[in-house]
Design a protein around this ligand. Sequence first.
Ligand SMILES: *Cc1c(COP(=O)(O)O)cnc(C)c1O
Length: 397
Amino acid sequence: MRFIDLAAQQKRIKDKIDENIQKVLRHGNYIMGPEVKELEERLAEYVGAKHAISCASGTDALLMALMSYGVGPGDAIFTTPFTFIATAEAIALLGATPVFVDIDPKTFNIDPVKLDLAIQAVKTNDPSLHPLPLAPNVSLFTPCGIIAVDLFGLLADYESIEAIAQRNGLFVIEDAAQSFGAECKSEKSCSFGNISCTSFFPAKPLGCYGDGGMCFTDDERLAQAMISIRIHGKGNDQYDNIRIGINGRLDTIQAAVLLAKFDIFPEEIDIRQRVAQNYSILLSKCPDLVCPFPSINQINQTNETNHKSAWAQYSLLTKSGDQRNAIINELKDAGIPTAIYYPKPLHLQTAFASLAYKEGDFPVSENCAKRIFSLPMHPYLKSVDQEIICNTIMKRV
Ligand SMILES: *Cc1c(COP(=O)(O)O)cnc(C)c1O
């Protein structure tokens, strides 16, 4: 059994992928070829954004977004410690300071109430309001922006986050690396905040066969800045450099692969809803386990929330760390792969030791890190395999 079955997907669309790649080999425009532009246009239309700027990875997407705002030393950027390192890494790479804010245990996404407190704590330099990082120069330390993460494919609470941002004059970046295809009240992932950033890493909901990413925005000025930053800060042409940028382009061959995959993507998102729903029904007999939000009403099998997750991961909470290890080992013995996202919150990572956060600063993230684990999740997962997985789990709960 595979954790994510890319081979089953490839089997379905192999001819189209081959054809698209062959087309690139024939025209030879390996850098910024016509497939790159076509992909940007199709994805912008799908998410409902005015501008799409493709790039080399989800990490570069975040970097380009922050650079378009001129983020640098002294800037406080608020984000969650319960995410992949890249979210906070992009902040630190620019010399800005990540200010971590704990998560809501139901959604695993940033808690808006705590976000508000964290902003006031930075503004008043009062760590009694909220745990603060050791900032390089307190007098220059000012709130600048928020990176909200749509963890495991579930959109963050943008209604609250955007209201807080507006009140405090902050920008919002949506880290949609895991949520491409998700919706809330029929608004799609990558249409929230000022800039949205997604990733096409192979294991993400829409993945290519290498690295890739994309930024989305409705703001013409930010779009132009990111287009320039993506190619070494170019001006009117490639050898007129008007700012410091990066080499952040998406390969034409990866765009060609993504075009083939995008044809079946909306259908795959629908199938993911069924797979997740099936897990939640099968596991509803286990009172020890907390199934992920949004859970599905089992009587009429409808999703009674406004959320449609991209289900990048199906992640459960166990009662304790010991129970998690017992379940994972039981599954491993049965040949069923699992994963732990994330075993160590970012504020406790060595890479961020200079921020001087300590254990206990973000108790919800720390507690989830001890109890969480993820099951195989992809559109080609068979319901018989899901039954085997859940019966194996049942031996340990
Ligand atoms: C994967 C991921 C990224 C980084 O994307 P890459 O394409 O691997 O650089 C950023 N944020 C989150 C939440 C991710 O899951």
